[in-house]
Design a protein around this ligand. Sequence first.
Ligand code: GLC
Length: 706
Amino acid sequence: MTVEEKIGQLLQLSADFFDDGKAVITGPMTQHKISLETVYNAGSVLGISGAKKVRRIQKDYLEHNRLKIPLLFMADIVHGYQTIFPIPLALGATFDSSTVKEVSKISALEASAGGIHVTFAPMVDLVRDPRWGRVMESAGEDPYLNSVMAEASVKGFQGDHLSLENVASCVKHFAAYGAPEAGREYNTVDISEWRFREQYLPAYTKAIESQALLVMTSFNVLFGVPATANRHLMRDILRQELKFKGVLISDWDAIGELVVHGVAGDLRHAADLALEAGVDIDMVSFAYAQYLIHSAKLNRKTEQLINEATLRILELKDKLGLFEDPYRGISEEREFAVLKLPENMTKAQHAAEKSMVLLKNQDNILPLNKHTKLAVIGPAANTGEILGSWSWQGNPDETEPYLSALLRHFEYVNYAKGSGYHNLDPEELKKAVEVSYRADVIVAFLGLPQSESGEATSISDLHLPIEQRKLVSKLAALNKPLIIVINTGRPLILTDLEKMATAILISWFPGSRGAEAVSNILDGTVSPSGKLPMTFPRSMGQIPIYYNSYITGRPISESSANDSNHYLSKYIDESNDPLYPFGFGLTYANLNLKSVSLDKNQIYRDDNLKIISKVENSSNRDGVAVVQCYVHQEIGDTVRPIKQLIEFHRVNVPANKTVTVTFNISTRKFVSIHADLRKKIDSGKYKIMVGLDSQDLTTRYLFVKN
Ligand code: GLC
C-alpha cells in the first residue's frame, strides 16, 4: 500500500459522496477539494443502506480501488432499522438484559441485510441531567444498569462469531459525553478522574470486555482536553488500561473541532493530535486526508501511527469477512425476507410493554374495562411520530397511532386533539372539553414531539409546555378520572400534573408497535412493569438529582421536617427528594418484599454472599417485579454513594404466590475507587439494601474481612 492508500483507509466519507451507485463530484467534494481518487481510496462511508444501493456502490468502488480493499458501510442503528424498538432509555426501564440483547440482534439482522457492516451503538454515556436531549439514547443514571445493557447490546449486535447476520458494534461516546455542564449539548465536561472512574467508566469498560470492535470519541472536553485529542484518555485508559485493540473512530468532524476548541492551530495540527491520541478513522473532517501526508513525509513516527491505524481498519474488514465477500451475501431478496418480520414486530411490542412505567394509579383506575366510555385527547394521541430519535428507517407514516389501537381495544372512544405540543387553539380546546364531558374516563396523550429529543435538543425547562398544562387543567376541572400517557425521551417535571392526574403512564417513545403496547396496558391485557432508569425531579432547581449521591457532611435526617438545624445539605424552598425515584414503577398486581436474609453476615474478600429475598403477590393478577439490590460501604478511602445498585432480577410473580429471588454476590461488587484512583475492596461494614425500587428498601448488614 502507498502512504496515500493507507491514509485513505483512515477517511470516512458521508453518504453524499455517493449518488445512487457511483461516487459523484458534488458540493462536499468541491468544498473539501476532494478528488474522485480520494473517494475511491476512502476506507468507509456512513449513512448509506439498502442492499441494492450498497451492492452498486461497492461494485463501482472496487472497480476503481487499485488494491480491491472493500469499502466499509457504517450507520446509526440504535434501536432498530425498519422494525423500531423503544428508545434505549425505555429499554433501560425494562431492567431486562435479554430484551436488550434481542433488540440489538434483530436490529443487526435487518441492518446487515441492508448492507450495514458497523452500527454506531450502543451509546453507553451515563446521564444524570435530563436537560440533555441524548439521555434518550442511554440506559440512564446508574453505572451497573448501564453496564449490563451495554454488554447485552454489544453481544446482540455482534453475536458470538460476527456472522453475516451481525454487525460490528461501535460503542460511544468515549468519554463522559453525558455530563455536559448545565445539560447543554456539546458543552464542557469537567468531572474528576475519580468520579469518571467510579461512575462513568464502568459501562464503557463492560462494552469493551464484551468485545465491542469499535469505539467512538466524544465531542466534549474531558480533564481539560477534547476527548478526540486526549492521549491520557485514549492511550493510557482506553488502549493501555482497558486493552482496547479495535478501531477508534472520531465523532462527526470531531477532529476538525479541535481547532474550534482551541487546542489545534489548524487542521494539520488537529490531524497530528488525533493520530497521536490513537484515532484511527476521521469521520468527515478531512484533516487526515488533506494533511497527514505532509507529516508522514516529515517523520517516521507519523508513518508508524498511520500503519497501526490502517492495520486495525483492515483487521476489522477481515473480521467482517469483507475480503472473502465484499457484499457479505446481501441481496434485495434477502433484505426483503428479513425486514419487519411479524415475529420481530411482536417482539418490538413486547419490549414496549415491558418498558412503560406506571407512576401513579390512584384508586386503581387502571386497567380500564373495555366497555369504558373513553375520551382520547392530546397532541400525541393520533400520530405515528412515536418512534423516537435515531430511529433510522422507521417510518412514522407506517406506524399506528395510539388512537387507532384504542379503537380496537375499547368499545366507546371519542377523540379530540385538544392542543398541539406547543399551541392551544380555543376551538380545539372547547371540543376536547365537550368530548371529555360526555366520557367516563379521559385519556390524554401528551409529551414532547420526537424532534425535541436526541442530539442537539437540550431543554432549559422540563415542564410540559404551558399549552398542554392548560389543557390538563381544563380536563381535570371536569372531575372525571384523568389518565395521562406521556411520550418523552427524558424525565420531565410532572409535579403540577401529578396533582391533577388520576394515573400517569410513561410510554417513552415506544417504537413501531407502541400503540398496541399502550392499549394492552390500558385495558389490562398486560400489566406495566417498567422501572425508572432515571430520577424524575420535583423541580428544575434540583437538577442534577440522582439516587446514588454522596451523604455529605451535613445530611438531612430521615425526618427532615423535624430538622430545626438549618445548616444542612438542603434547600429552603424545595425538598431533597425526587418526585419519582430511580427504580420506581407501579404494577397492577399487589407485590411486596416479604423477607431478606443473608447466608452469612461476614465474609472474606474472595468469598461469595447469597442474598435471599421473597416477593409476595397478594393479588389475583400475575405480576412482574424487579428486585433491586443496593450496597453502601460505611467507611471508605473516598466517600461512598448512599446506595449503589449492584444487582437486579426481573422476575414473574404469579397471582397469590410468593417467589424467592436469590442474588449470588461476589465481593468484586464492593469495589471502590480510592483517592489514588486504584480499585480496591475495603474490609469493613457494608449495608445491604433490597427493594422493589430505590427508596423502599429492607436493610441488612455485612462485614467484609481482610
Ligand atoms: C453524530 C453523533 C454520533 C453519531 C454520528 C454519526 O453527531 O454524535 O452519535 O453516531 O454523528 O451519525
